[in-house]
Design a protein around this ligand. Structure first.
Ligand code: ADP
Ligand code: 5GP
Length: 201
């Protein structure tokens, strides 16, 4: 038996604080076939964030320059900061057969789905808005004003759920992770990206 695989473009999206980052980190640790697409942002680094690992942190001018060069597969202003997915990085990875993971906001996710219709898109929901508020507070990375902005944006973002291939409610982390892994396991076997060849022996 011989087999070939085409890379999968995987978008994990949903409101801020639902647990996307937590789920994605766990996924990357457990599945070496998946690489993370490092986004470009004009947001300031948070404590512990490393340039080139969590994000590429750039100035507004650098972001504009990249926009002018058509360097983004998608870009969006999210909670007042600009974020973009580097086009070349993603397209090269998919071409090379790598599964590529994007953790991006719903506006960006919709743009990627329309540019690349075979994207596997997964929307992560919190179990309730109060749980979301609690998670944003517990994470302790954003000031109260920023948390309020992220929470009020969540109501609009959840309305975009119907455009996605899958939805996961992240109540118990282990259960949500099991669902995410199951989706990916099945999507890897799609005949549009998995090409097994069998022989007599
Ligand atoms: P996002 O990347 O979607 O903004 P994070 O992954 O940073 O969200 O998670 C926000 C906060 O919620 C973090 O403090 C994280 O540890 C916590 N968290 C994630 N999943 C769960 C869960 N299932 N139950 C409780 N807390 C969670
Ligand atoms: P944070 O500032 O908390 O890291 O991210 C805020 C939001 O921006 C999250 O919803 C995250 O998924 C989203 N985001 C991160 N990178 C990108 C990107 O490249 N494009 C888009 N559209 N959103 C992004």
């Amino acid at each position: 038996m011989r087999e070939q695989r085409k890379g999968m473009l995987l978008v994990v999206s949903g409101p801020s604080g639902t647990g996307k980052g937590t789920l994605c980190e766990r996924l990357l640790r457990s599945d070496p076939s998946i690489t993370f697409s490092v986004s470009v942002t004009t947001r300031r680094p948070r404590e512990g964030e490393i340039d080139g690992v969590h994000y590429r942190f750039v100035s507004e001018e650098q972001f504009d320059q990249m926009l002018g060069q058509n360097a983004f597969l998608e870009h969006a202003t999210v909670h007042g900061h600009r974020y973009g997915t580097p086009r070349a990085q993603v397209e090269e990875a998919i071409e090379a057969g790598q599964n590529t993971l994007l953790d991006i906001d719903p506006q960006g996710a919709l743009s990627v789905m329309s540019a690349k219709p075979d994207t596997v898109s997964i929307f992560i929901l919190p179990p309730s808005y109060s749980a979301l508020r609690q998670r944003l507070r517990t994470r302790n990375t954003d000031d109260p004003e920023e948390i309020l902005k992220r929470l009020s944006n969540a109501y609009g973002e959840v309305k975009l759920l119907k455009h996605y291939s899958y939805a996961i409610v992240n109540d118990q982390l282990d259960q949500a992770f099991a669902l995410l892994s199951a989706i990916i396991l099945a999507e890897k076997q799609r005949t549009t990206r998995y090409f097994p060849e069998i022989y007599e022996e």
